[in-house]
Design a protein around this ligand. Structure first.
Ligand code: HEC
Ligand code: HEC
Length: 293
């Protein structure tokens, strides 16, 4: 009776709610019931944790942990997801292997598969010489532009990769040798200076036929670089009439090329990489810049 009476007195005046009788420095605790949503969440988590203890490994024991009725392990899950990836990859690979370049370029999924593989393989095998962005450097062609030494069709690129360029002892390699006109005394110093001068202004507007280098050029260089200097892809002879230079476009650079020749070399990849990888890289390089149709 007394108890009840004191309790009755413990009602918060502002809210009209009973208090628990606990008080801290004048702050009183209201005796509200727990919110329903909270109770539901609480019960659900208890039920969930009981279920979890049973089906998943949960209780530490001396020899590891309880196994759980699902037999779940992280290693198993990893293996399963790796199998899944391998399966998906081999699905693509199978299709990729038998598809022609045209087929692949017309199939968005296969093409994307090739781009991903080609990009990764490029970074691993080609970036050392051609740069990670395939931007090239002195002696190493930029693969982003539409200026091609040996041809920019995907089949040209594929052949370049398979057989390499100037690979010693190979019958299949892409081969052409610009003579070392100075070192091998094929031209006099004056003739070389004249032809260097000629190459420097080649491609401009001026009429070059009256220049002393004209005859030297037509007799010694045109067979590979073309009469107007546009180059010849069958011989890997660069265009000399544009502003793109593999070995530099200063008088000194061109002089050095004509005197000693350059003979850039690229390894053949046919025995180093799988045919699938080479085909993926070919497509990747083809799309980088000005891949030709
Ligand atoms: C050891 C250095 C080196 C490596 C590694 C290398 N290349 Fe090359 N690559 C060259 C050189 C040098 C040339 C130019 C050869 C020439 O003067 O004709 C070249 C030329 C090319 C060409 C011909 C470009 C054109 O304009 O026709 C392509 C395409 C090419 N490389 C792609 C690749 C790819 C793809 C890889 C990786 C699988 C690769 N290269 C790895 C040095 C290298
Ligand atoms: C047998 C074919 C051939 C003949 C003949 C030839 N060249 Fe070349 N030339 C090439 C090839 C191939 C290259 C690419 C060089 C390399 O990577 O080794 C080249 C490269 C060059 C380059 C460097 C271009 C650059 O982008 O840096 C110059 C300049 C050049 N030649 C000038 C001449 C001149 C001048 C003559 C004549 C005196 C001549 N060439 C004769 C095949 C030839």
């Amino acid at each position: 009776m007394v108890d009840k009476e004191t309790k009755k007195q413990d009602v918060d005046k502002l809210s009209g709610v009973e208090t628990t009788g606990h008080e801290w420095d004048g702050l009183q605790e209201l005796n509200n019931p727990l919110p329903r949503w909270w109770l539901i969440v609480w019960v659900v988590t208890i039920v969930w944790s009981l279920w979890y203890f049973v089906v998943y490994p949960a209780w530490p024991t001396l020899s590891g942990a309880t196994k759980g009725t699902y037999g779940y392990t992280q290693a198993k899950e990893l293996a399963e997801s790796q199998n899944e990836i391998l399966k998906r990859q081999s699905n693509y690979l199978e299709k990729f292997e038998t598809a022609s370049f045209d087929d692949i370029m017309n199939d968005r999924e296969l093409y994307e598969f090739a781009m991903a593989g080609g990009h990764a393989a490029f970074k691993e095998n080609c970036a050392t010489c051609h740069g990670t962005g395939a931007e090239g450097g002195k002696g190493y062609p930029n693969l982003n532009d539409d200026d091609w030494l040996w041809g920019g069709k995907v089949t040209d690129i594929h052949q370049t990769l398979n057989d390499g360029i100037r690979v010693q002892g190979s019958y299949d390699t892409r081969l052409s040798e610009m003579p070392a006109f100075g070192r091998d005394k094929l031209l006099s110093k004056t003739q070389i200076n004249d032809v260097v001068e000629y190459v420097m202004i080649l491609g401009g507007e001026t009429d070059l036929t009256s220049l002393p280098g004209h005859l030297v050029y037509q007799e010694n260089c045109a067979s590979c670089h073309g009469q107007n200097g546009k180059g010849l892809q069958e011989l890997g002879a660069p265009n000399l009439a544009d502003d793109i230079w593999l070995y530099g476009g200063t008088r000194k650079d061109i002089y050095e090329t004509v005197v000693n020749s350059r003979e850039g070399m690229m390894p053949a990849w046919v025995n180093r990489l799988s045919q699938n990888t080479i085909r993926q890289i070919s497509l990747y390089v083809h799309q980088l810049g000005g891949g030709e149709e």
